[in-house]
Write a protein that binds this ligand. Structure first.
Ligand code: DX5
Ligand code: ZN
Length: 223
């Protein structure tokens, strides 16, 4: 199976006082994407950042910007985020009653269209659009904060998501977000995920660059 591992460190855990250095370090360390967690304080009980920060990141790194919108009415932000340099826009199905329309709109704007679900949300909410997605993100924590513990049932959910994507002959990437570390990444890879968000694991490591390599190696060992 020719599945490529993608490691997407989360901006949420970066040191904003030295953002330029942190982003350069991620690039040097071989990160594949930068995961950008946008929170509105309504969909999730926390506030983070918006278009201005995306725009700044775009000037500081060549890494694709993987924007995870934990917001209500996500379509309100599509134009400004695309203009700011987003490469992927992933929205929560819980905040997207017209998911098909919103996925199509992202694609029209020329970015990868992603959908994501909270741990308690059924995969049936994405089955009908599976063929249209560029990315399916499985939340392995309840969104809102970095540094939370991985929910073990997520592994089975990833395996079921893999089946849904394969049945639909979807080329979507299968990403997992929350509590990814050396202890949890291999099981997710074996279950069929290919793209891994890592906040705390990378940024709290003594050597973040080595940690990116170590996370990737955990998957390679299992390939
Ligand atoms: C959680 C965010 C995650 C978070 C991951 O609401 O969506 O992307 O930053 O952080 P870790 O890897 O520390 O769980
Ligand atoms: Zn995220």
């Amino acid at each position: 199976m020719a599945r490529k591992v993608r490691i997407a460190p989360s901006l949420l855990s970066a040191d904003f006082g030295k953002l330029r250095e942190d982003l350069a370090m991620l690039e040097e360390g071989g990160a594949d994407w930068l995961h950008v967690d946008v929170m509105d304080g309504v969909f999730v009980p926390n506030l983070s950042f918006g278009a201005k920060v995306i725009e700044t990141c775009k000037t500081l790194t060549k890494l694709p910007l993987d924007c995870h919108l934990m917001v209500v009415e996500p379509e309100k932000y599509f134009d400004s985020f695309v203009k700011a340099g987003a490469d992927t826009i992933t929205i929560h199905v819980e905040a997207a009653p017209h998911l098909h329309r919103q996925v199509m709109r992202s694609k029209e704007l020329g970015v990868k269209a992603g959908a994501t679900l909270n741990p308690s949300t059924s995969l049936e909410t994405v089955r009908e659009v599976a063929a249209d997605l560029d990315l399916l993100l499985i939340m392995s924590v309840n969104p809102g904060f970095g540094g939370q513990r991985f929910i073990p049932a997520s592994v089975q959910k990833i395996a079921r998501a893999r089946e849904i994507l394969d049945e639909a002959r979807s080329g979507a990437l299968l990403e997992v977000d929350g509590g990814i570390a050396r202890e949890t990444i291999a099981a997710c890879w074996r279950a069929g995920a290919d793209t891994f968000v890592a906040g705390n694991a990378v940024f709290s490591a003594k050597d973040p660059k080595a940690e990116i390599r170590a996370l990737r190696a955990c998957c390679a060992e299992q390939a």
